[in-house]
Design a protein around this ligand. Structure first.
Ligand code: AR6
Length: 185
């Protein structure tokens, strides 16, 4: 499904993030930008070894961190069809610090969209960040991701298409509900 907002559209699809032909795809990375499982593993496998080399060029702090939680780093995309990979570090969900995690997930989506504009991207594909290994409850993650993206597209010119690529039907249904709720406001 696709829904038009003031300055661009939001699309929901079931699929694999590595197959997207958008200008940018967003990786569900970790602070070390050293690869991992899930989306991160799939993107690195499909892009080829060049992607990790590019990631390791970002300076690391004393703990090996190359990107803070809620922030992004951008590389080219190796063998992928996309032009750029926006490596975004979502929060690991802990119920005790839920408000902080909500704010970081919101911030991450805004940073990714801004980075896409800075790299002249007109289209960008997001997976459901933090909802796998990082255990963010899917309904909250969907509500936050949809609200962040829709508010951004209502307020900023530059991105024509934001696609959420959901891996499973249940995740798609949850995102669709969040988008319907946003549109009904
Ligand atoms: N395309 C689209 N969605 C996918 C794909 C795919 N190829 N593979 C998994 N998903 P996760 P996180 C869904 O764990 O929670 C890594 O090790 C999956 O069903 O990839 O942000 C990193 O290095 C889930 O709903 O990301 C980090 O250490 C969602 O994508 C950590 O995991 C996100 O799952 C990041 O964890």
């Amino acid at each position: 499904m696709i829904r038009k907002l003031k300055h661009g559209s939001v699309e929901l699809v079931i699929g694999n993030i590595v197959d997207q032909r958008t200008d940018a795809i967003v990786n569900a990375a970790n602070t070390k930008l050293a690869g991992g499982g899930g989306v991160d593993g799939a993107i690195h496998r499909a892009a080829g070894p060049e992607l990790k080399e590019l990631c390791l060029q970002f300076p690391a702090d004393e703990n090996g961190r190359r990107c803070e939680t809620g922030h992004v780093q951008v590389t080219t995309a190796g063998k992928l069809a996309a032009k750029f990979v926006i490596h975004a570090v979502g929060p690991f969900y802990n119920e005790k610090y839920a408000e902080k995690a909500h704010a970081q997930l919101r911030q991450l989506h805004v940073h990714a969209l801004q980075a896409a504009i800075d790299h002249n991207c007109k289209s960008i594909a997001f997976p459901a960040i933090s909802t796998g290994a990082y255990r963010f409850p899917i309904a909250d993650a969907a509500r936050i991701a949809i609200a962040s993206v829709c508010s951004f597209l209502d307020a900023n010119i530059g991105i024509e298409l934001v696609r959420f690529v959901l891996y499973k039907q249940g995740q798609y249904d949850t995102f669709k509900l969040a988008l319907d709720d946003w549109s009904a406001k």
